[in-house]
Design a protein around this ligand. Structure first.
Ligand code: GDP
Ligand code: IMO
Ligand code: MG
Length: 421
């Protein structure tokens, strides 16, 4: 029995989709525990690229059962689009997808409010309604998957919520009101399409674990986007860190056997917020170009910068990362010199703890060490020994300064471009 949490260790887009796909041939179940369709997880099989937003990346392995936990916020439109997309690719999901009855539904007003709230002090959200949906969850006004099963009650809840949201739209945002009847009609119809997948997911998962099955929990976003531990308020509205895996599925902490961190060999961020090692020069442009750093959900160019071991040390601590999968090492293959941030200075003094308040985070100066690059294409490396000595040196350096062991090295988006140590 193995219950492994896979977490994004930086600001998301570390390559979680690819690594879940690689690891899921050793797991019976892959479960998502937080976030929603703000995620974009890319998997490349042969020459075909799949981008998944809500359905766990294990769905491409036919023997894996996929679970969407209670901590995820579900946009039924995005979910059905994804189901239809998979069916169109001849991927059979019948009996392989379970959705928690306790997961909250993203409503049209959540998506609208997400874009309207982004007026001033922009966070740069994905516009998928994530924040507004979690607001309603914690305000105890949310509508859940289980509500789809009781049409009378569902209609009552939608009408009640829309009365409040329409007021807000009209009086605060001077926006036209939403059509209540159209939304009621739309959501009453989801029952039929989603019903086959609705399950008591926490009981299912715990029974499977008791039966000796292996469960992989797929985090979305990344540790520094965590609402509690990230660069608040420039974060998402959930807990991508490993702690979120328990509350987002109902698998208790005592059942978790390991935590794997997905670590990009450099740093990227989409949306606003502090980013100490960000590059604004030709090196940053090169990382974006070679690494194809454009959002898998919104298509926005990702901000790029050097590897930040100070950030990784913090991420390792709050997630309990034991082993790391280093991704996109190949992207660093055309640099003469590569910089790594090994600490922060603020007002001329070295900081000894990670600053999560943005006031300090925006002012820190990274302390860099410069390492020799390998200036070679390593995308054909298939074993550790195939890597040039400078690349091995780089891996040793970042793992030592961040404090984790490396168990996987990824040198390209494809399955074969993976070195397991
Ligand atoms: P996720 O959100 O963490 O699943 O990551 P994304 O899918 O948003 O972004 C990662 C991108 O990098 C995708 O386009 C992947 O196909 C690609 N990718 C993953 N691993 C590697 C790698 O080792 N090398 C290169 N060059 N690309 C990779
Ligand atoms: P994956 O799972 C990268 C960012 C947004 C924004 C902030 C809040 O693919 O790694 P939200 O829509 O969640 O309210 O936006 O979080 N963000 C991501 N950045 N990868 C993601 O997911 C992200 N999901 C949200 O850009 O800065
Ligand atoms: Mg992504």
């Amino acid at each position: 029995m193995e219950v492994t949490i896979l977490v994004g260790s930086q600001w998301g887009d570390e390559g979680k989709g690819k690594i879940v796909d690689i690891l899921s041939n050793k797991f019976d179940i892959v479960a998502r525990y937080q976030g929603g369709a703000n995620a974009g997880h890319t998997i490349v099989i042969k020459d075909k690229q799949y981008i998944l937003h809500l359905i766990p990346s294990g769905i491409l392995r036919k023997d894996v059962t996929c679970v969407i936990g209670n901590g995820v916020v579900i946009d039924p439109v995005a979910l059905l689009d994804e189901i239809h997309f998979l069916e169109s690719q001849n991927i059979n999901i019948t009996g392989r997808l379970l959705i928690s009855q306790n997961a909250h539904l993203i409503m049209p007003y959540h998506k609208l409010l997400d874009s309207l709230k982004e007026g001033t002090d922009k966070i740069g959200t994905t516009g998928r309604g994530i924040g507004p949906c979690y607001i309603d969850k914690y305000a105890r006004k949310g509508i859940r998957i289980v509500d789809l099963l009781n049409k009378e009650d569902l209609e009552k809840k939608i009408r009640r919520n829309l009365e409040e949201k329409n007021n807000l739209l009209k009086k605060v945002y001077y926006h036209e009101e939403l059509d209540v009847d159209a939304i009621v009609k739309e959501y009453l119809a989801f029952d039929e399409a989603i019903d086959p997948y609705i399950a008591d997911v926490s009981t299912y998962l715990n029974n499977q674990i008791l039966a000796g099955k292996n469960v992989l929990m797929e985090g979305a976003q990344g540790a520094l986007l965590d609402v509690d531990f990230g660069t608040y308020p420039y974060v998402t509205s959930s807990n991508p860190t490993s702690g979120g895996a328990s509350t987002g599925t109902g698998i208790p902490p005592t059942k978790i056997t390991s935590v794997i961190g997905i670590v990009k060999a450099y740093t990227t961020r989409v949306g606003n917020g502090p980013f100490p090692t960000e590059l604004f020069d030709a090196d940053g442009e090169k990382l974006r170009k070679v690494g194809a750093e454009f959002g898998a959900t919104t298509g926005r160019p990702r901000r790029c910068g050097w590897f930040d071991a100070e950030l990784l040390k913090y991420s390792r601590m709050i997630n309990g990362i034991e082993r790391a999968a280093i991704t996109k090492l190949d992207v660093l293959g055309s640099f003469d010199k590569i910089k790594v941030c090994v600490g922060y200075e603020l007002n001329g003094k070295k900081l000894h703890t990670f600053p999560t308040d943005i006031v300090r985070m925006e002012k820190v100066t990274p302390i860099y060490e410069i390492l020799p690059g390998w200036n070679t294409d390593i995308s054909n490396a298939r074993s550790y020994d195939d890597l040039p000595s400078e690349a091995k040196n780089y891996l040793d350096f970042i793992s030592e300064h961040s404090g984790f062991e490396i168990s996987i090295i990824s040198v390209g988006p494809k399955r074969v471009q993976t070195i397991e140590l």
